[in-house]
Design a protein around this ligand. Structure first.
Ligand SMILES: Cc1cc2nc3c(=O)[nH]c(=O)nc-3n(C[C@H](O)[C@H](O)[C@H](O)COP(=O)(O)O)c2cc1C
Length: 183
């Protein structure tokens, strides 16, 4: 297989996960806005890593436009959010809201947990984040599936990224590789 990792990130979590994944599977990694600078067309596996902002996966709609016909490609979507990974129902909603229905069977998704770093946010995102009723789709923080640590430290930077979290993506890739080689 010929994979490429593409990311879009505001606070750096998705970028870090993208770099770790690319390093683990030895493939190129590129920011979505730079995609046209590289030969992604020859890749048959695109791994997209991006943050969730108010229920929206950053740049995913735009990525689909850039990629066009996906019939000869596999697409993996890594959604990076603050939601507790145990809340699979919440991530499933993000998936369904962001992935067009006709692609939902084709796209393989993974859930990852990111950081909040206030200094990396613009005014609008910072304001949104400080309006607990707004930023997680009009839900309270508890309803949105956020854990006590995040709630207690609300308004402060929080760090949830961890390298081992990429193992499930790497395992999936290794599995595809073995199948492609008929092992
Ligand atoms: C304005 C704003 C809205 C957010 N909305 C959500 C959300 O709806 N669901 C969620 O799980 N995380 C949400 N988050 C948390 C981010 O997804 C998380 O911090 C992630 O690490 C961002 O990715 P990045 O670091 O690559 O930019 C939000 C963060 C901000 C600043």
């Amino acid at each position: 297989m010929k994979p490429i990792v593409v990311y879009q990130s505001k606070m750096g979590s998705s970028k870090q996960y993208a770099e770790w994944i690319a390093e683990a599977i030895s493939c190129p990694v590129i920011e979505r806005s730079q995609l046209k600078e590289v030969d992604w067309q020859s890749s048959d596996l695109i791994i997209y890593v991006a943050g969730i902002y108010v229920g929206k996966i950053l740049g995913f709609k735009e990525l689909l436009k850039q990629l066009g016909d996906l019939s000869q490609k596999r697409l993996v979507l890594c959604m990076v959010g603050m939601t507790d990974l145990k809340r699979k129902d919440e991530f499933q909603k993000f998936f369904e809201q962001n992935v067009p229905e006709d692609l939902q069977k084709k796209v393989r998704s993974f859930n990852l947990r990111g950081n909040i770093i206030y200094s990396k946010l613009g005014f609008l995102d910072r304001t949104l984040l400080q309006m607990p009723k707004m930023q997680f789709k009009n839900k309270t923080l508890e309803e949105a599936g956020l854990d006590n640590y995040f709630i207690e430290h609300f308004g402060e930077d929080v760090y949830y990224i961890e390298k081992n979290a990429i193992n499930k993506v790497v395992d999936y890739y290794n599995d595809l590789e073995m199948r492609a080689k008929g092992i």
